[in-house]
Design a protein around this ligand. Sequence first.
Ligand SMILES: Nc1ncnc2c1ncn2[C@@H]1O[C@H](COP(=O)(O)OP(=O)(O)O)[C@@H](O)[C@H]1O
Ligand SMILES: [Mg+2]
Length: 360
Amino acid sequence: MSQVTQEKVLETLRQIIDPDLRKDIVSLGFVRDLKVEDGEVSFRIVLTTPACPVKDEMAKQAKQLVSEIEGVKSVNVTMDAEVPKGRGMSNSDIENIKNIIAVSSGKGGVGKSTVAVNLAVSLALDGAKVGLMDADIYGPNVPIMLGVKNFKPYISDRKLVPVEAHGVKMISMALLASPDQAMIMRGPMLHGVVRQFLSEVAWGELDYLIVDMPPGTGDVQLSLAQLVSLQGAVLVTTPQTVSTADVRRALKMFETVNVPILGIVENMSYFIPPDAPEKRYYIFGQGGGKKLAEEFNVPFLGEIPLGMEVREASDNGVPIAISNPGSPQAQAFRKVSEEIARQVSIEAMKPELVILTRSK
Ligand SMILES: Nc1ncnc2c1ncn2[C@@H]1O[C@H](COP(=O)(O)OP(=O)(O)O)[C@@H](O)[C@H]1O
Ligand SMILES: [Mg+2]
């Protein structure tokens, strides 16, 4: 019987291609701590996000392939994740934040905050370290959606300690000032608040910091996008507000400041009646968001159905992804979140992929 070697195992694992990065998992450096002893093989596969949609399948495939090697008696695969650091994230203030993702839209009321909150808790459910910055200074409603509107952050070690809710660290103007106080802030002061939210909050180590952006595509967004070294932006639309002009404006804005568009999420895509969950009503027409994504050549990240439970969950302070994880809306949020994590990984791995290709 032939001896099982590390080389043999690695050669076998090279058959597994990461579907997004389009390289084999050995070249990508995903296979770690490989041990081969008397035909007993163990290793870890370290992916670029804990929210990887193909995680389980890849584990199965790896186990299957390695166990087919002659002489292998057992295979122990552990799946793990290390989120890579996005570009421009070396600023010492934020060196422990790996990726900052803006949730933005051309118009208000499309569900930006709802998407931001459910994205944050979904990524946390997948095992990522997540922060949420409510940058909607004039209409901050994230604290209500997370059920912590009466929490007052305290200062420790000269930093503001964010509130933790449903596995997510969060800071919002609503926690700091009365609504009237927030209203009198303008321009440079606002800039100052956002800067403070970034560098003077004790975020600790974060895989993802989600930023719930203010509505519109004005100065606030622009300065914010410049200030926070965004890894990418997610654009939220609804079928009834899908307006080419709005999206074009938002895309242009992020382009100006060199921020990649991670993709478009269509919220309130179709209605699921609570008494007939198998039905779907496309009240405002079907496929608008997807078409828009195609038109602008950006990824389409998915559709979130309309449902009273979504609003109720937000009003009650427990996002639907947590309060009713089996609901179609929660599942849609989980799927969209995995899609966003995927796009972030692809963006973050771009420079390394170039190096990998060159060294071949
Ligand atoms: N998929 C959905 N189904 C039902 N209600 C929703 C959905 N998404 C958002 N809403 C509701 O629509 C309103 C506006 O959403 P919000 O997230 O505050 O929008 P924005 O931040 O873009 O202004 C809120 O009352 C929210 O609960
Ligand atoms: Mg909002």
